[in-house]
Design a protein around this ligand. Structure first.
Ligand code: HEM
Ligand SMILES: [Cu+2]
Length: 600
């Protein structure tokens, strides 16, 4: 932490001698297209861009559109559940004669569309595709990722997969649930093949992104940035990339087998042909459990950046946080069997999977401990990104701990396929990943678009999201323990009040999210110009101007400890932080630096 007197001296120094400010390179923003003569030129320059930041922005627009679509489906689900009678969603059905059967069929379609869109089109690509693409190279002080063409290809694969997938969902619909479990998925007449082809393509997009990030981090770290001087965001994204590369092919093969089963009847999953439907579950979760860490690790990575900056304090337990990301990535491969405690699984296997499930929570708990310890005695600044980070801590902890309830074999037998599971995974996926994404979006927004947003309304939005989220999903834990099963359009009257609380919460949550969107759009149109470093962060992306130029940096920036804030001082004149140049002539070395600066 920086003391007040030192801050005062630094401020005086830069005012007396402006040459002591670390200069911020200036140049045309990557968002503009110099020399464009028509709108067509602009469109072309975006469509064929190799700039990682533009690709990230296109991802951002893509995933937010997917999120809106998935959110509308969630709205349908919650509306249907306002009362116990299935009577609302008949218009989505393509099966059944009487209104109740049609409403039930429509409900199956709505929750399948919701889950599948949110998982495959939103959460998995969200942080790596949008924020990772923009900031991973910048945190390395690099001009781009290692394979810019592959990066663009991965974005187009995402678009192609998304069109396939959404097209399928809206023509013949899909009613298998996002997991495509056999034997139902081999017999239903909905668009299983088209949808799984879509997911197959999306899988390649995810693999390409992962591959690109691994190579970029391995080969493009600047001089002075050893593995243990890397910002923790990079550790998180790197660990995620390992899972993306190793696990996604398994999903791809599983889905191909499912397609082969449906079209050729090869008999891998069909017992009447000698197959086994539970085999599908093993294959599916061998990918999908690691995939839940594809979803959460990038979220954790963002939180590890936001917390130290807004506590003005060095991250506590750097090594533990870095290694725990890798531990989560590896242990995540060993626990998939906890999804099959109530399918057929040998008692021995079940006991082992239960024990392993407990072990995977250790590295998650290590992270939570270290974030909390970072806040301890920090000077916490409650700006919007930090508010989201605090929400994350609260919600992810509830989500993670309830995972342990489910990992306990004897308890899961009762809670499996109830609303308790629904609440658990929403606390981790939405309370964890989505909230962390929003933390990152607000944290990096000034850098991405060069505009500040309205702090007051952004924090009101965060508060609404937090309250709405808990009101939506906390009652579902209670519903689950009382025996409310998941994936039913109707229910007994005793569940009604909790369901109505949940639907009310959804409305509050929706208002919060729309307010957040409104604040960000307003910032684009009428926001104040952002300084290069509005929060006083030490990672390299803040050494570029806001928004960055096409090549980010003129020369590779100087690398120090990313979590030392001693050389940053708030300059009220520019409403942002300035980094003070150490006077090397007088032998001063910047705080946290051990090596000599590289000449670049
Ligand atoms: C931190 C430790 C965690 C533990 C111990 C844990 C444990 C479990 C267990 C045992 C189940 C199976 C419940 C059942 O079906 O009966 C489950 C379901 C699930 N978990 Fe977790 N979990 C953890 C974290 C996460 C994270 C971080 C995510 C996602 C970001 C996640 C997403 C899910 C999903 C999507 C399901 C249910 C899938 C479905 O059946 O549709 N979990 N979890
Ligand atoms: Cu799992």
């Amino acid at each position: 932490m920086i003391s007040q007197s030192r801050e005062h001296t630094l401020l005086e120094t830069i005012h007396n001698d402006p040459s002591r400010r670390v200069p911020v390179p200036q140049g045309p923003s990557y968002l503009t297209t110099p020399g464009a003569e028509s709108i067509w030129d602009v469109v072309k320059s975006w469509a064929f861009t190799l700039d990682h930041k533009r690709i990230g922005v296109m991802y951002l627009v893509g995933i937010m559109t997917a999120f809106l679509l998935g959110g509308i489906m969630a709205g349908f689900v919650r509306m249907e559940l306002w009362d116990g009678q299935p009577n609302l969603l008949g218009f989505l059905a393509n099966d059944g004669e009487d209104p109740v059967t049609r409403a039930q069929d429509g409900y199956n379609q709505a929750f399948t569309l919701h889950g599948a869109i949110m998982t495959f089109l939103f959460i998995i690509p969200s942080i790596p595709g949008a924020l990772g693409n923009i900031f991973l190279p910048m945190m390395l002080g690099a001009k781009d990722v290692a394979f810019p063409r592959m990066n663009l290809c991965s974005f187009y694969l995402w678009c192609f997969g998304a069109l396939f997938f959404v097209g399928a969902l809206f023509t013949t619909g899909l009613d298998t649930g996002w997991t495509f479990y056999t034997p139902y998925s081999t017999s239903t007449n909905t668009a299983v093949i088209a949808a799984t082809m879509g997911v197959f393509i999306l899988g390649f997009s995810s693999i390409f992104t992962g591959l690109n990030f691994v190579v970029t981090v391995n080969t493009m770290r600047p001089k002075g940035m050893t593995w243990f001087k890397m910002p923790l965001f990079l550790w998180g994204i790197y660990s995620t990339a390992i899972i993306q590369i190793l696990a996604t092919p398994v999903l791809a093969i599983t889905l191909l087998l499912l397609i082969a089963e449906r079209t050729l009847g090869i008999g891998v999953f069909d017992p009447s042909r000698g197959g086994d439907p539970v085999l599908y579950q093993h294959f599916f979760w061998f990918y999908s459990h690691p995939a839940v860490y594809i979803m959460i690790l990038p979220g954790m990575a963002i939180i590890s950046e936001v917390i130290p900056v807004f506590c003005r304090k060095h991250i506590f337990g750097y090594m533990f946080i870095a290694y725990s990301s890798v531990a989560i990535a590896l242990l995540g491969f060993l626990v998939w069997g906890h999804h099959m405690f109530t399918s057929t699984e040998s008692p021995m296997a079940a006991v082992i999977f239960s024990a392993l499930t407990f072990s995977v929570s250790i590295p998650s708990a290590i992270k939570v401990f270290n974030w909390t310890a970072t806040m301890y005695k920090g000077s916490i600044v409650l700006k919007t990104p930090m508010l989201y980070a605090l929400s994350f801590l609260f919600l992810f902890t509830i989500g993670g701990l309830t995972g342990l309830f489910l990992g306990a074999l004897s308890v899961d037998v009762h809670l499996h396929d109830t609303y308790f599971v629904v609440a658990h995974f929403h606390y981790v996926m939405m309370g964890g990943t989505l909230i962390a994404f929003l933390a990152g979006l607000h944290y990096w927004w000034p850098k991405m678009f060069g505009k500040m947003y309205n702090e007051f309304f952004a924090s009101i939005a965060c508060l609404l999201v937090f309250v709405g989220f808990n009101l939506t999903f906390f009652p579902q834990f209670i519903l689950g323990t009382q025996g409310m099963p998941r994936r039913y359009a109707g229910y007994e009257p005793e569940f009604q009040s909790l369901h109505q609380m949940s639907t009310t919460g959804f409305v509050v949550l929706g208002c919060g999210l729309f307010l957040c969107l409104g604040v960000l759009i307003h910032s684009l149109l009428a926001g104040k110009k952002a300084p290069a470093n509005p929060w006083g962060s030490g990672t390299l992306e803040w050494k570029a101007c806001s928004p960055p130029t096409h090549h980010n940096f003129e020369t590779t920036p100087w690398v120090g400890d990313p979590y030392v804030y001693d050389d940053f001082v708030y300059d009220p004149e520019i409403e942002g932080y300035v980094e003070v140049l150490p006077d090397l002539a007088r032998g001063e070395v910047p705080a946290g630096a051990e090596s000599e600066p590289s000449e670049a």
